[in-house]
Structure formats: C-alpha cells, structure tokens
Design a protein around this ligand. Structure first.
Ligand code: C2E
Ligand code: CA
Ligand code: CA
Ligand code: CA
Length: 278
C-alpha cells in the first residue's frame, strides 16, 4: 500500500509539472507571438435580422502559430489574462481593430462600428483610458464607431468599474455587455451603468426554438433590455428558425454562423465593398 501511495504521488507531481511547463511554454510562445506579429484579427458581421444588412463587425483575435497553425482565443486568452499578457495583447487588438475600421471608412464603405472584446483585467488596468484616448487620436476613428464588449462579471466590482465605464462613455465610444445571461448581474443593476447594449449569450440562443423555457427566458431578456433602453443583439445564431423567433420577439440585430463565420480581413472587405446583404 505504501508503494502504491508513492507511485500515486509521483504520478500527480508529474502531471502537475507537465501542466505547468506546458503553460510556461504557451506563455513564452504568446510573448513571442506579440513581438513577431503572429496575431491576426478575424471579423464577424453583425446584421440587421430583417434586412441582412451588415451594421457592425466584431474583431476576434487568432494566433497563427508557426508550427501548430491557427490557435483559438479560447485557448490563449485565459492564459493571457492570468499572466497579464492580456494588457499588451488587448492593446494590440484595439489598435489594429480601430485602424482597420478607419481604413474601411476611408475606402468609402458605409461606416459601421467595430466591436472589440475587453477583458476585465485590461479594463481595470490604470492606463486603459489613456490607451483608448491615444488609439482614437492615432487612428482618427470617430469614437462612435468603436464599441467595447465587456463580460458581465466585470460589473460586480461596482465603484471602480462604474467610474471607468463613465470615462469611456465620455470619450464617445459605446459599451456592450457580452455573453449576457451567463453572469449574475441583474438588469436593474446595469441600469445604473452607462451601457448601450446587451449581447445575449449563444447558450440561450441555441435552444430558443425547441425548448419553451429557454424561449421564454430569451423573450424576457429582450423585453427587459428594451424597457431599460438597451439595444439588444443575439450571438451564435445558426439557423433561420432562430432568426424568426428573435424577430418575433423584438430582437432585431444578431450575429452567427447562419450569416457568416468570422472572416479574414480580405473576405470581410469583399463583403463591405459590395455592400453585401447576408
Ligand atoms: P465571444 O466574445 O463570445 O465571441 C463569440 C465566439 O463565438 C467567437 O469565437 C465566434 O467565432 C464564435 N461564434 C460566432 N458565431 C457562432 C455560431 O453561430 N456558432 C458557434 N458555434 N460559434 C459562433 P472565437 O473567435 O473562438 O472567440 C472565443 C472567445 O475568445 C470570444 O468569445 C472572446 O471571449 C474571446 N476573444 C476573442 N478575441 C478576443 C480579444 O481580442 N480580446 C479578448 N479579451 N477576448 C477575445
Ligand atoms: Ca464578444
Ligand atoms: Ca459573446
Ligand atoms: Ca459567448
């Protein structure tokens, strides 16, 4: 029994060790990725559910790893948050997205806002407001064409967060609550924050048609959102039935594979240049 215990112990330490060295490898790789321009942005259209018109675009980061190919942000954003690398990484995303949107406007495409995901740690970093100001100056993008998606969990750290959000609003950018419904904030709490938009999480949209409860829940979120004067957008729309349900219940804007997957810069530009409806 003693031996077995020892083996188990070794097994666990090895496993732990393996995990942490894998993590360190990823962390070093990510640091290099930032320096060596291995990050790129993809763009997913946000559409008017009635007309299919593209009325916005979300910037989503990808890591073009020299050996492993494209790595999803779901794999490296959590680590970037843990290590603090999210601050330079997020700054890069913000600069890139704003600059790209300005380029599209200069090419004469109908101006649309670009949504950028901001992680909690990034938002609460001291220089964040200054970074945003600088990006607006450098790119000359009118602030109303820059939208920040912030997850609901941020809203819990109320005092400080409220102050930062107020400062952002003063700059003229718009603010959205991402993955709405997955956190624990009440809509009435959000009423006191300068939020423009809530984005209903994909997990709610998934089952709206086939599960009555889920449908009722989404309907309630849409109604309450509108009552509080928020714009409401749905993410993760994959079929026409979901579009129909959302429209019938007053949600007029959405995003998802049904309309388009996230696209390369070139593919997104192609859609914009043709003023394409999805
Ligand atoms: P998110 O902000 O909720 O973004 C939506 C994710 O769902 C994206 O995954 C998108 O590709 C995917 N998606 C969109 N429509 C559909 C659909 O119809 N069906 C399905 N199955 N998936 C859909 P992606 O690009 O892998 O990003 C994952 C997450 O990584 C994002 O979730 C966001 O939280 C985070 N992320 C991405 N880029 C950034 C960034 O620049 N900064 C920060 N802080 N986080 C980012
Ligand atoms: Ca998002
Ligand atoms: Ca989301
Ligand atoms: Ca989501």
């Amino acid at each position: 029994a003693k031996d077995r215990g020892k083996n188990n112990y070794q097994f666990y330490t090895n496993q732990l060790h393996g995990l942490s060295s894998r993590k360190m490898e990823l962390e070093n790789g990510l640091r290099k990725a930032l320096e060596q321009n291995q990050l790129i942005l993809h763009y997913q259209p946000q559409v008017n559910l009635n007309t299919g018109e593209i009325i916005g675009v979300e910037a989503l980061v990808r890591w073009m790893h020299p050996e492993k190919g494209i790595i999803s942000p779901a794999e490296f954003i959590p680590l970037a948050e843990e290590t603090g690398l999210i601050v330079p990484l997020g700054k890069w995303v913000l600069e890139k997205a704003a600059a790209q949107n300005k380029v599209w406007q200069e090419k004469g495409y109908s101006p649309i806002p670009i949504s950028v995901n901001i992680s909690v740690r990034q938002l609460q970093e001291d220089r964040f407001i200054d970074t945003v100001k600088q990006v607006l100056i450098d790119t000359q993008l009118p602030p109303k064409y820059l939208d920040f998606e912030i997850t609901e969990s941020v809203m819990q750290n109320s005092e400080k967060t409220a102050m930062i959000l107020d400062q952002l609003k003063e700059l003229g950018v718009t603010l959205a609550i991402d993955d709405f419904g997955t956190g624990y904030s009440s809509l009435s709490l959000l009423k006191h924050l300068p939020i423009d938009k809530i984005k209903i999480d994909k997990s709610f949209v998934d089952d709206i048609v086939h599960h009555a409860n889920q449908g009722a829940m989404v309907k309630t979120i849409i109604d309450m959102g509108h009552n509080l004067q928020f714009n409401v957008i749905a993410e993760g729309i994959e079929d026409q039935e979901q579009v129909t349900f959302l429209l019938e219940n007053g949600c007029l804007v959405g995003q998802g594979y049904h309309f388009s997957r996230p696209l390369s810069m070139e593919a997104m530009e192609e859609l914009l240049s043709k003023n394409k409806k999805l």
